[in-house]
Design a binder for this molecule. Structure first.
Ligand code: ADP
Ligand code: GLC
Length: 488
């Protein structure tokens, strides 16, 4: 099979820039594709956080035409995304540099809140990603775009004459989260560089505003999302967030491919963040990790008490309101809860207050990669009661670390957790259902340790690496490229 040329256009890429799971996906899937022999290149904005990467400036600036008479200039730097596996190829990563847009204290927001110029910033990036291909003389078979920040790429390719030669590239849109669609005022269309007479307006317009994800849903050759169940959910009123009819209209062009995990970075046998290594054959190290976590967070150091972990953006999607409502009931029991997260201030404040009032509950507010690993390793159970969850990675990290996930049966959580076998599931989005299922997991933990142990072993032995998903993406890319060619 001929190797594919793939441009991976993403607003996040671990370890350089990450706000959530998209960062993890973009930091691992390209490597898995390169390991299969493909010519993959990543393009990422040069955020402040990426300055720590060793990179070389490429000669000459990249001129990005905006509107009729307006060119914005970008610097281009080249770096490498290294594989965590020995002997596997690195992936070239191109950073588009424009300090006014990207030299900021965060990807989508900083400590003062969200930025007001996302449409300009990500129009610039999307258009820059296409211009980069021209600049490099790289004609991709497929441009793989992710979520609303890169959604203008398929729109530009289809509707701007200058890009007709590049239009030979098929586009694959992956929707990681329908809850974020990129809504902007209609009057701001000129900020995208698209004219009022352009054919793009009708595909972007929705309820009198611009919706970037909608544009990509119309113009992408193929649409994917990050679990089979979520691929069904986004066709319904509950999961489609207003775009369900359009998703349904794309019929079999919409597919769900379950995310993998980087099982080298998330490997309890080699994880450098942990107090002690462990594996399914030798679980003693996990007990040392639990004690170390209790010490680190100031929880009483008790090996017997069930410790429940959470690592999460503290937002409605993740069901934190359910946790907040159930918290009183949870803390009446002899257990410990360790939360790492940041997000809505009411939740940060509430959880911080609770932590000051009891030694059963601790929260660490902010992003902390090492602590995320230590919670996955040191906890016995992991709580993820999401209202919706396109895929979810933490439940898989938990399984790999023998920490049984307690999840709501939605999206990728439903696809990855087998209730009573590799975790505990509940259906109803209510504090009572959450409490009942936590109660079930505690009962198994306390009264049936043999079964708990067997569930841990089954979870830890599951194959969750990226190789399977990479093969599915490869098939999807070939399908998209073939379809594109037949249209030309
Ligand atoms: P989402 O992308 O919706 O936030 P996922 O489960 O797909 O959910 O991925 C979340 C990723 O972000 C995981 O790698 C998780 O460990 C990480 N993460 C979330 N919050 C934090 C935090 N406060 N500190 C460190 N890592 C975090
Ligand atoms: C999104 C989703 C999450 C998914 C991640 C990576 O942020 O909320 O469920 O795992 O993207 O695809």
């Amino acid at each position: 099979m001929p190797r594919l040329k793939i441009l991976f256009a993403t607003p996040e890429c671990f370890p350089f820039a990450k706000a959530g799971g998209l960062g993890d996906v973009a930091g691992a899937l390209p490597l898995a594709l390169a390991a299969r022999g493909h010519d993959v290149r990543i393009v990422l904005p040069r955020y402040r956080s990426t300055r720590k990467i060793e990179s070389q400036a490429l000669s000459g600036a990249l001129g990005i035409p905006f509107g009729t008479a307006h060119t914005v200039w970008a610097g281009v730097r080249r770096a490498d995304l290294m594989s965590t596996r020995q002997g596997q190829p690195a992936v070239p990563l191109y950073l588009l540099e424009h300090d006014n847009y990207f030299d900021r204290g965060g990807i989508y927001n900083d400590e003062h809140g969200s930025f007001g110029d996302d449409l300009e910033r990500f129009s610039f990036f999307s258009r820059g990603a296409i211009e980069l291909c021209r600049y490099l003389g790289f004609q991709p078979d497929v441009i793989h775009v992710h979520d609303w920040p890169t959604s203008l790429i398929p729109v530009y390719l289809d509707t701007i004459d200058r890009y007709t030669p590049m239009g030979r590239a098929a586009t694959v849109l992956t929707i990681h989260n329908m809850g974020y669609q990129g809504w902007f005022p209609r009057a701001d269309l000129p900020k995208t560089g698209l004219g009022w007479d352009s054919g793009a307006l009708s595909s972007l317009e929705m309820h009198g505003q611009l919706n970037l994800l909608k544009g990509a849903l119309v113009h992408s050759t193929i649409v994917s999302t990050v679990s089979p169940r979520y691929a069904n959910e986004i066709q319904t009123k509950d999961g489609g967030e207003g775009l369900e009819a359009l998703v349904r209209a794309r019929g079999s062009d919409v597919v769900g491919i379950l995310n993998g995990i980087d099982d080298a970075a998330w490997n309890p046998e080699t994880d450098p963040f942990l107090a002690a290594p462990f594996s399914w054959q030798r679980l003693e190290g996990k007990r040392a990790c639990k004690a170390a976590l209790q010490r680190e967070l100031g929880l009483p150091e008790r090996p017997d008490v069930p410790l429940i972990g959470m690592v999460s953006r503290l937002v409605g999607q993740k069901g934190i309101d359910l946790v907040a409502e159930a918290l009183g009931g949870l803390l009446q029991q002899d257990l410990q809860i360790a939360v790492l997260g940041s997000g809505e201030s009411w939740a940060e404040d509430l959880f911080s207050r609770v932590a000051r009032s009891t030694d059963r509950f601790r929260i660490w507010v902010g992003m902390n990669e090492g602590l995320a690993h230590r919670i996955e390793a040191g906890a016995d159970l992991f709580l993820m009661p999401s209202r919706y969850e396109p895929c979810g990675l933490n439940q898989m990290y938990s399984q790999r670390y023998g920490t049984l996930p307690i999840v709501r049966s939605v999206g990728g959580l439903d696809d990855t957790v087998e209730s009573g076998v590799t975790g505990f599931k509940f259906d109803e989005a209510s504090p009572d259902a959450l409490l009942a299922t936590v109660g079930w997991s505690l009962d198994v933990y306390r009264n049936d340790p043999g079964r708990f142990h067997a569930m841990q072993i089954t979870s830890m032995q599951k194959h969750m690496g990226w190789s399977y998903a990479a093969r599915q993406y490869e098939a999807l890319y070939r399908l998209a490229a073939g379809r594109r060619r037949s249209r030309l």
